[in-house]
Ligand binder design. Structure first.
Ligand code: PEP
Ligand code: MG
Length: 323
């Protein structure tokens, strides 16, 4: 089977009926790009930038960050790279960035909530990213956005950086795509208003499930509540994708669900544009994708959302479809 998959390295990510999608890689360092390319990734859908901060004893400078982002962009050779801005918080402490102890770090001061208050941290990252976009297609996405006001505040700081850089480099950053993660329940519900203000969404199902089911993603005792196929959750995902498309934004997914075999036909039926996953899952997914018909997948979505009541029922439905 692996040999069959290997033939798909240079093949497009396309359904049986010829609809094109993108299957991208999640990476943690610029060195991971080589493997993403080897596995035939159509791009990088999530570059977690935390490594730059966690693997260091000081706040990484603009130039250090620029080199890392540039390396990833150049390595992808014209295929798009989406970098997520710093997603750090109480559960992932940094020695040089003292943060208050919190009872509920997952509900606390983290990610964009820190960056909006600390332009001294946020701006060097954004400037480094804008500079790296001169070397190939680049997307920037903001994590943990919950409200339109937060998105606008992040964009305002981004635009400040852009204006500053354009003073000395006219036209720089013209090709940057701006997006946000959908991982806070209110953002998913309010996707219509948010979609008007971004080029793309990337659905972070790891956190979106954790917050929707009120179940800590790292706690085994509640892991039965990790239910990407729950019909109510599926209808929320569909709402996010439909909202993006209503406003001309692209819909991507970069949580674990994007590489889930059972979720694939459902997400294709909803018209999800990009599937970002660990590089090792790309070829398997591309192989399954080419045997699925999007019109059939859309019918499956309808049944899953309207006729199923539990994730088990959805799984049985999809199993039958996959044969
Ligand atoms: C997510 O929340 O689904 C996600 C992709 O981000 P992380 O796993 O880094 O929180
Ligand atoms: Mg997340």
């Amino acid at each position: 089977q692996r040999a069959q998959w290997a033939k798909l390295v240079d093949a497009p990510s396309v359904s049986k009926d010829g609809k094109e999608f993108e299957i991208a890689a999640n990476i943690g360092t610029p060195d991971d790009v080589a493997d993403a390319v080897k596995q035939g990734a159509d791009g990088v859908g999530l570059f977690r930038s935390e490594f730059l901060y966690m693997g260091s004893d000081h706040l990484p400078s603009e130039d250090e960050q620029f080199e890392a982002y540039k390396k990833a962009v150049v390595g992808m050779n014209g295929k798009p790279v989406v970098v997520r801005t710093l997603d750090i918080g109480g559960d992932k402490p940094l020695d040089y960035l003292p943060l208050p102890e919190e009872l509920n770090p997952f509900l606390g001061y983290r990610a964009i909530r820190i960056c909006l208050e600390r332009p001294d941290i946020f701006k060097p990252q954004l400037r480094a990213l804008i500079r790296a976009s001169e070397f190939g297609p680049l997307g920037i996405m903001f994590p943990m956005i919950g409200t339109v006001a937060e998105l606008r505040a992040a964009k305002a700081i981004y635009n400040e950086c852009l204006t500053e850089l354009q003073a000395s480099h006219p036209g720089i950053g013209k090709n940057v795509q701006l997006g946000m993660m959908i991982e806070v329940p209110l953002a998913a519900i309010n996707a219509d208003n948010l979609a008007k203000e971004v080029d793309f969404f990337s659905i972070g199902t790891n956190d979106l499930i954790q917050y929707n089911f009120a179940a800590d993603r790292g706690n085994d005792k509640v892991s039965y509540l990790y239910q990407p196929l729950n019909p109510a959750f599926l209808s929320l995902i569909k709402h996010v994708i439909d909202s993006a498309h209503r406003h001309g934004a692209k819909a991507a997914m970069c949580g674990e669900m994007a590489g889930d075999k059972y979720a694939l036909p459902l997400l294709m039926g909803m018209g999800l544009d990009e599937y970002s996953m660990s590089a090792t899952s790309i070829l398997r997914t591309r192989s399954t994708m080419k045997d699925l018909d999007t019109a059939e997948c859309a019918k499956l979505v309808d049944k899953a959302i309207n006729e199923c009541a539990t994730d088990e029922e959805v799984k049985a439905l999809v199993e039958k479809e996959l044969g």
